[in-house]
Design a protein around this ligand. Structure first.
Ligand SMILES: [Zn+2]
Length: 166
């Protein structure tokens, strides 16, 4: 790997999601690729839900980090393939849970493969990230951001965000 690309990865791997500071953009699957061109590097990012307002912020963060490291580069937004919560790494899901956000259930692709019915999907409980109880109820389909639903645990009575599968 080219030195500049390598340096860019090490710098950009530190960047976290503007809304979830415990998770990096790479772990979320937003930071897709870093390519080398004659006039500098190209950082490829894929936006999450269109309802998430953070993408402009993420692009600014990437540009600022490159500039601070003295790397010439630009950011490209890649829309296809579309982002899915599938791209969130398993360690990152654990971090979400530790942060108090219930991580997303498995995904459309996986569900298509195993033919999970709608009824089965609905019956899959969202587990409370605080106490591990499955005795939870949805309060609002929209939590702190449109990517998350607001839930409440009926055992420990704590409200929490559920990162909706997408
Ligand atoms: Zn609980």
């Amino acid at each position: 790997m080219n030195q500049t690309v390598e340096k860019a990865w090490s710098v950009l791997e530190e960047l976290t999601d503007p809304e979830i500071p415990v998770i990096t953009l790479r772990e979320l699957g937003i930071l897709r690729d870093i390519r080398e061109h004659a006039d500098g590097i190209e950082v490829v990012i894929t936006p999450t839900y269109s309802g998430c307002p953070a993408m402009g912020q993420i692009e600014d963060d990437v540009n600022a980090a490159l500039k601070a490291a003295g790397i010439t580069g630009k950011v490209t937004t890649q829309l296809s393939p579309a982002w899915t919560t599938d791209w969130i790494t398993e360690p990152a899901k654990e971090k979400l849970r530790a942060y108090g956000i219930a991580p997303p259930h498995t995904t459309r692709q996986t569900e298509q493969v195993v033919h999970i019915t709608r009824r089965q999907q609905a019956s899959r409980a969202v587990v409370c990230p605080h106490c591990g109880s499955q005795n939870t109820t949805v309060i609002s389909q929209f939590g702190s951001t449109s990517c998350k639903a607001l839930y409440k645990c009926l055992d420990c009575r704590e409200p929490f965000d559920y990162f909706k599968p997408y």
